[in-house]
Write a protein that binds this ligand. Sequence first.
Ligand code: DHB
Ligand code: FE
Length: 289
Amino acid sequence: MAARITASVYTSHVPAIGAALDLGKSQEDYWKPVFAGYDFSKQWMRDNPPDVIFLVYNDHATAFSLEMIPTFAIGTAAEYQPADEGWGPRPVPKVIGHPELASHIAQSVIQQDFDLTIVNKMDVDHGLTVPLSLMCGEQDPLKGAWPCPVIPFAVNVVQYPVPSGRRCFMLGQAIRKAVESFDEDLNVHIWGTGGMSHQLQGARAGLINREWDNAWLDQMIADPSACAQRNHIDYVREAGSEGIELVMWLIARGAMTDVAGGPPPRVAHRFYHVPASNTAVGHLILENR
Ligand code: DHB
Ligand code: FE
């Protein structure tokens, strides 16, 4: 009896997607094609319900600020309240954690030589709640609930220095080992969020690189260890300053069984769309065989 990771999910987290949902604009011409890319995914979530979601995301100066910048932070709390800069907290249910599995992963991953910050209390922003809304659909903030407990795993991709894709990929491998050594029969999904190409400030604000994004997706799926060798400066140059969020996808990809010698994952779903706010939206579902 052990927990295991059965699938990984990847998606952009654009805050305007949350606002479009919360303000009832998802069927407007601009947003319709974005949400259509997740119709398959919502059904897939119902057909393949996880017991726990390990959700890799980045905080946008909501829980953390320039006062404290953890590179990797694992949420070990029993619950998390939605909060946000900009638009304010989204009207979505609180996020229920999984303190037992989270603490076990912290113990195992730290013993595998990764430095994690343990977070017993924090709020979660659009980086975490927008992917949940996209994959699980709208929820009543009071009567509704997300389908299962979530372990938030925050990565600093906002303030330099940021972690390399290589280290993120190795961390994913350590997380897989940690999950598989948890003594309970749990079906775990690991999500990598953020990206794809976008730049929110400076002379190149508005940058989108459709060709690079799709080549990156091809490589991330088929040859993740090569993808993990890309330097941070390649992301910034080709995918814009916020394109660096993509290193978080390599944590989820590193946790898939093919990286440990198993068969290649099945691509259950792949979606790419431009534009959504200032971002290219990318989305993938990979299943372990
Ligand atoms: C946008 C995208 C982001 O990833 C983010 O954190 C904030 C804004 C945007 O496209 O507007
Ligand atoms: Fe972001």
